[in-house]
Design a protein around this ligand. Structure first.
Ligand code: C5P
Length: 242
């Protein structure tokens, strides 16, 4: 289990990141998510900067291309020393296995990053999946199928909704990690997310990590909010009823 909530750094530039991170004690090592918005503006230097500041990184670039291209791209990304990165499971088993090979090849001196797969995006509805992707099964069956494919390709886990974590663990194994966005400490403020859960519910459902963006980045006191989410996420609550 990843004990620290992963903070989604959904900003476009380093100029916005620096004052945001100043709101946290300088000695506090965070686990942050760098996505396409930031990476495409600032490039690999933003990852080097965050690493040099003592943070762990989930590089969320969702690669999806032919196996050879993904393998070579992953080899380069591994050299940045990130802890976690991802691909789209829809790219297929061969592509996912190539991503693993690329990460191993690029991690000569350091720990190989964990690799997870996006199954069905949480923005995809079952109706849309069936009419646009021509997948006739249910959404949960498609998600579990992709999770099994990712496991067979040698990946460490998937990105999914916490609501899918129990079914995925049943189909794969307890140590196959489910990294879950769509987390809201206050269910009254869900913004554009559709399937949201609280940090404690995510834990009760078997999520192995939570990704939290706006509840922290838009909070009046981001550090206070981070600490409160971290406490709720890491406390085992046997009387959970929500
Ligand atoms: O602000 P919020 O907490 O909704 O941010 C969630 C983060 O997780 C965003 O960076 C979003 O891109 C990402 N994400 C998601 N759903 C997925 C995959 C990633 O919300 N299925």
């Amino acid at each position: 289990m990843i004990e620290r909530p992963i903070i989604a750094l959904d900003f476009s530039t380093k100029v916005e990141i620096v004052p945001f991170l100043k709101k946290f004690p300088s000695e506090e090592s965070l686990f942050v998510k760098v996505g396409m918005e930031l990476f495409y503006q600032e490039g690999p230097d933003i990852v080097r900067f965050l690493k040099a500041s003592g943070h762990d990184i989930f590089l969320d670039l969702k690669l999806h291309d032919i196996p050879n291209t993904v393998e070579r791209a992953m080899k380069g990304l591994a050299q940045l020393g990130v802890s976690l990165t991802n691909v789209h499971a829809a790219g297929g088993k061969e592509m996912m296995a190539a991503a693993v090979s690329g990460l191993i090849a690029g991690s000569s001196q350091q720990k190989v990053p964990q690799l997870i797969a996006v199954t069905q995006l949480t923005s995809t509805s079952q109706k849309q999946m069936q009419s646009e992707q021509l997948i006739e099964t249910t959404l949960i069956d498609s998600v579990c199928h992709y999770a099994l494919l990712a496991q067979a390709a040698g990946l460490d886990g998937v990105v999914c909704s916490a609501l899918e974590a129990t079914a995925i663990h049943q189909k794969t194994s307890e140590d196959f990690i489910c990294v879950t966005p769509g987390i809201r400490p206050d269910l009254a403020k869900i913004e554009d997310q559709k399937r949201v859960v609280t940090p404690s519910k995510a834990r009760a459902l078997g999520a192995n990590a939570i990704v939290v963006g706006r509840p922290i980045t838009k909070a009046q006191d981001p550090y206070q909010m981070y600490r409160s989410i971290k406490k709720e996420w890491s406390e085992k609550n046997d009387n959970f009823t929500n």
